[in-house]
Ligand binder design. Sequence first.
Ligand SMILES: *Cc1c(COP(=O)(O)O)cnc(C)c1O
Length: 401
Amino acid sequence: MNQFPVIGNELQVGGRSVTELVRQAGKTPLYIYDRALMRSRVEQLRAALPERIHLHYAMKANPMPAVVQHMSTLTDGLDVASLGELQVALDTGTPARDISFAGPGKMDAELEAAVAAGVIINMESIGEAHRIAGIARELGKAARVAIRVNPDFELKGSGMKMGGGAKPFGIDAEQVPQVLAELVTLEQMDFQGFHIFWGSQNLNPESVIEAQQKTFALARTLAEHAPGPLSWLNIGGGLGIPYFPGDKALELDAIGANLAELLEQYPEFQQTEIVLELGRYLVGEAGVYVCEIIDKKTSRGETFLIANGGMHHHLSVSGNFGQVIRKNYPVCIGNRVEADEMETVSVVGPLCTPLDILASKMSLPSAGPGDLLVVFQSGAYGYTASPHLFLGHPPPHQILV
Ligand SMILES: *Cc1c(COP(=O)(O)O)cnc(C)c1O
């Protein structure tokens, strides 16, 4: 992938060759994240979007503390989804008012920590609202709350749908007026606004634009039932990154222009903080997974490279993290990016299961034991979205360069 330069036929990450970074880390497999790429991604996004849109980093995409620390300096806030993430977020020094907490099953200990810290809690049900009110009363501290809305529209086209229809996330849009009426009867509940999250991993600007238009329209309707003007409106995220042949990088210009128009069309939100929350779009392309080839063999005419890393470290490259049909991620041989001699090979991991596939029947420079397989687009939903314990190998290493 062209965001990583090649010098002397070696892939460079953060200005250093992968071979050198592997030596520095002391072992393979490892994830390498490039801080400069994260910075330039945020800068590109800010250039395309109206200044008024605040960017939050949804840290479940990559919660490595050093990455979250770095992202906290680039973005306007952090979104967390558990007590563990909340603690990492607070450790960065991000003010509590710029942290929000979503998730359908927040436990009492998590709600208590969130109220004590003073972060915005995106409430996912009326039951959760009552539990928060009870905790706030007990702590003698007002809870900053927003309603996570399960929208009455669905994302068009591809991508991961996380709103519309029956969903475990948020409160159905049509129930929101009633919940707001109930909320004003509860003490110590400081209502901030709405969180309207419709989906993720979208590569079609028209779908994103349409979803954002519907989000603003829904926010207007619901705001009529709110106790006062909204101080906060989280319009979700949803921007995707290309993974597979034929995927095209998302064009931002039309999305930014549409958001600028929406800000004008909805003067009632002039004083409202408007937040776009993104995970994978900010960090996904800034990371690679590197493992080492340890064996090479042929079986009935097919060549297999066997690597020391696989699906237990990187579930999604194996096609088992939400994909319907497995497609190859972009990969390369990091220490020999180009070669005269190419070979069609399948690269598999060390696990004793046919699911452990890194690359299926791909044409790669002829490689063997000691060479480094690099998987691109691995900065999000890699390390922490994988079943490390499966088969008892050690976890991979992670570095931020
Ligand atoms: C997972 C999630 C995100 C991040 O999604 P990406 O596809 O990584 O951008 C944002 N907001 C909420 C509520 C989420 O659950």
